[in-house]
Design a protein around this ligand. Structure first.
Ligand SMILES: [Fe+2]
Length: 195
């Protein structure tokens, strides 16, 4: 498969990822307790819509359709965000969880755009690389702003009193079981942590 086809696959993946985020970001914006964080998610929603349009331009230049591939990675990352939104935490601790989830989505996209830009550059497609680079810059800036906004929120969260230990939900029990399986499958010869 020539590199151009690999690039098209990656770009379709990005298109699906951005569309999934257009749907997910309003939920993060609605869920965030901190007004600054709420605003950052809303602003990034508008940027994300622009990124979808930018990808359409890329596909138009390549004479191809943007659809055809669902991004499983972004679906998983958004699923983690849903877990954060379902947490019954205090204000700043709840927001700290959202920040972790939001940064995962941004960095997933940063990796995707960096790969696509490298491929487009290799294929001598400067206009495609330029369009993708505009989106990459927005993702990097969004991640930096979320990290900066997170500092005071996390300081506050560190002061939160310890809550009562709540019983695990079915989903949490399943997640705990799977995490033990991950550990066992990864390196059976490693010594298990004792805590
Ligand atoms: Fe994006």
């Amino acid at each position: 498969m020539p590199l151009k086809d690999v690039l098209l696959d990656e770009l379709r993946d990005m298109y699906s990822a951005e569309n999934q985020l257009v749907k997910a970001l309003p939920k993060l914006a609605k869920g965030a307790k901190n007004p600054k964080l709420k605003q950052l998610f809303s602003v990034h929603l508008q940027e994300t819509k622009g990124q979808v349009e930018r990808l359409k331009k890329v596909f138009a230049e390549l004479g191809e359709k943007p659809t055809g591939q669902h991004c499983n990675g972004m679906e998983g990352v958004i699923e983690e965000g849903k877990d954060a939104l379902e947490k019954n935490e205090e204000n700043a601790s709840f927001d700290s969880g959202l920040i972790g989830a939001a940064l995962r989505t941004e960095h997933y996209e940063i990796a995707g755009y960096e790969a696509c830009i490298s491929m487009a550059t290799t294929l001598a497609m400067p206009s495609v690389a330029k369009l993708l680079n505009s989106s990459l810059k927005e993702e990097l800036a969004a991640a930096a702003k979320i990290t900066a906004a997170g500092t005071p929120i996390m300081r506050q969260s560190a002061q939160d009193p310890e809550g009562l230990k709540k019983p695990k939900t079915g989903k949490e029990k399943y997640s705990a079981k799977k995490s033990k399986e991950d550990e066992a499958k990864a390196a059976p010869d490693l010594q298990r942590p004792t805590v």
